[in-house]
Design a binder for this molecule. Structure first.
Ligand code: FE2
Length: 493
């Protein structure tokens, strides 16, 4: 059976095509419309998806009527009574009105996206996000392809919503710029952590579900008006770490499975993820029993909803599932260019499904030396305080970083760098890096590039950042790449 999974009408719309146990295609609407986090589907995206054949069924990533009951409770009356956001109406615009639609609940979609792509036969699953239908923080156990729920927290009691409210409090865009708050946290002290527990939590308890003291959906007002925003960021990050660690410890006691899966938008927090990976290893005595699908937020639920309908393990080959671009240059040629100290754009292979550029839509540079960050920032214009990420040959990762996991092919964990002074461009102020590891089967082109660069320079890693202009989505096709190159002067490979 061919299923088209859809996540749309909220933020960052996406689709996935799954035929039996094969993932044929998965991509984000924003890459086609060129509007970051675009909530709506578009015909260019669907044209590519439908090139894989007409689906027998559409799987929608949440239950619209259940969501409307939550809208009602939240006082969002316009959303509660609007018919414009009903899935069928949106699907009809693209000629998909005559295909049967099945609805999968929001957290079941997250759970299925995690489990059915994972290497595990059984797993403990933790799902934490901001807001969907009612569930905001769920813990469950997968066995025989079925989930048994162990804990559920419901709106407005939401860790993700609280983190987003703090994102807004420090002047950033909620539901989008949480990663900037996470980066800023390293510059502050968590001095307000006790105040956050005092003012916003009634109980951190997974038997009954999380209990916040107040509904933070409308923001925090001017909480701690005169505080440094770095200290506020450090404080909420510390709370996020602690609540997630508590959830993992609670789950470890109740689930029979030693395999852990994290999903939901909170699973994009690679600082907390590092701490959870280390705790899980300590608790179980087992390393590398953690899996986060590289698109753990709501866009990834396009794949999750379709996976839940298929109800079986999928053949996961990696996140390179979108638009295909033929390579224009050899890895050797690109390696020579990078070894000469220049910054290059690489647009080849299938586009990444998920928020991170993992080598197919990336800007690359030699990570060594004090001038690299400045050089790359000429094009990226990202906040000066944020570091870039390294991509490294898997077998060298532990020589350069104190890795919490043996391999991290999707840049999901921070790890202390062993030589921060040698690689200032890819190290944060606290000496950590968000590491991507690569082996041949994960990305043959990138692997060969790193091997050649290593042979030429003695350095087994490169700086890797997303190929996009500030405020724009990742480039998708060759034309986008050429436009980027023309605007920035970065040579395209
Ligand atoms: Fe979600």
């Amino acid at each position: 059976m061919k299923v088209l999974g859809v996540s749309a009408l909220s933020h960052d719309a996406a689709v996935a095509v799954i035929d039996d146990d094969r993932i044929l295609y998965a991509a984000h609407a924003e890459r086609f419309s060129r509007r970051k986090n675009d909530a709506f589907l578009n015909s260019s995206l669907l044209e590519e998806a439908l090139a894989f054949g007409k689906p027998d069924l559409i799987a929608w990533y949440e239950r619209p009527l259940l969501k409307k009951t939550r809208h009602l409770m939240a006082g969002q009356y316009r959303e509660a009574f609007s018919l414009g956001d009903l899935p069928r109406r949106h699907l009809r615009k693209f000629g998909l009105g005559n295909i049967p639609v099945e609805y999968v609940s929001h957290h079941e979609s997250h759970a299925a996206a995690g489990f059915f792509t994972s290497p595990f036969e059984d797993a403990t699953v933790i799902i934490a996000d901001a807001i969907g239908e009612w569930s905001t923080f769920s813990i469950g156990e997968y066995r025989n392809n079925r989930i048994r729920w162990l804990s559920d927290s419901i709106y407005p009691h939401s860790l993700g919503l609280l983190y987003s409210a703090f994102t807004q409090r420090i002047g950033l865009k909620p539901n989008e710029e949480e990663y900037i708050l996470m980066g800023m946290a390293a510059y502050g002290q968590p001095i307000y952590k006790p105040d956050i527990y005092q003012d916003f939590f009634r109980d951190v308890n997974f038997d009954e579900g999380l209990q916040l003291a107040t509904n933070v959906h409308a923001g925090l007002g001017n909480w701690k008006e005169n505080a440094r925003r770095e200290d506020i960021a450090a404080s909420i990050q510390a709370v996020n770490d602690e609540v997630m660690l508590k959830a993992a410890a609670w789950a470890a006691e109740r689930s029979q499975s030693n395999n852990l899966i994290l999903m939901g938008g909170v699973a994009l927090n690679c600082v907390s993820n590092e701490k959870i990976a280390r705790l899980w290893e300590k608790t179980t005595g087992l390393r590398d029993k953690i899996w986060i699908m590289p698109n753990p937020g709501d866009a990834g639920s396009s794949l999750g909803a379709a996976a839940a309908i298929q109800g079986k393990k999928l053949r996961w080959e990696g996140p390179y599932l979108g638009t295909d671009v033929a390579p224009d240059n050899s890895p050797e040629k690109l390696s020579d260019y990078l070894a000469s100290g220049k910054v290059a754009g690489l647009c080849q292979g299938r586009a990444e499904y998920g928020p991170r550029a993992l080598g197919n839509r990336s800007i690359l540079a030699d990570p060594r030396g004090s001038e690299t960050k400045e050089k790359v920032n000429q094009f990226k214009r990202r906040d000066q305080f944020r570091p870039f990420a390294p991509v490294i040959l898997e077998e060298y990762a532990n020589d350069y970083f104190d890795m919490p996991v043996a391999s991290s092919p999707y840049m999901q964990f921070t790890a202390p760098c062993r030589f921060p002074d040698d690689f200032p461009a890819i190290c944060h102020v606290d000496g950590s890096s968000r590491v991507q590891t690569v082996n041949r089967s994960q990305n043959p082109y990138l692997h060969e590039l790193l091997q050649t660069f290593h042979q030429t320079t003695g350095c087994p890693m490169l700086l890797n950042t997303s190929m996009n202009l500030k405020g724009e989505p990742l480039v998708n096709n060759r034309e986008d790449g050429e436009r980027f190159s023309k605007k920035t002067g970065v040579q395209l490979f």
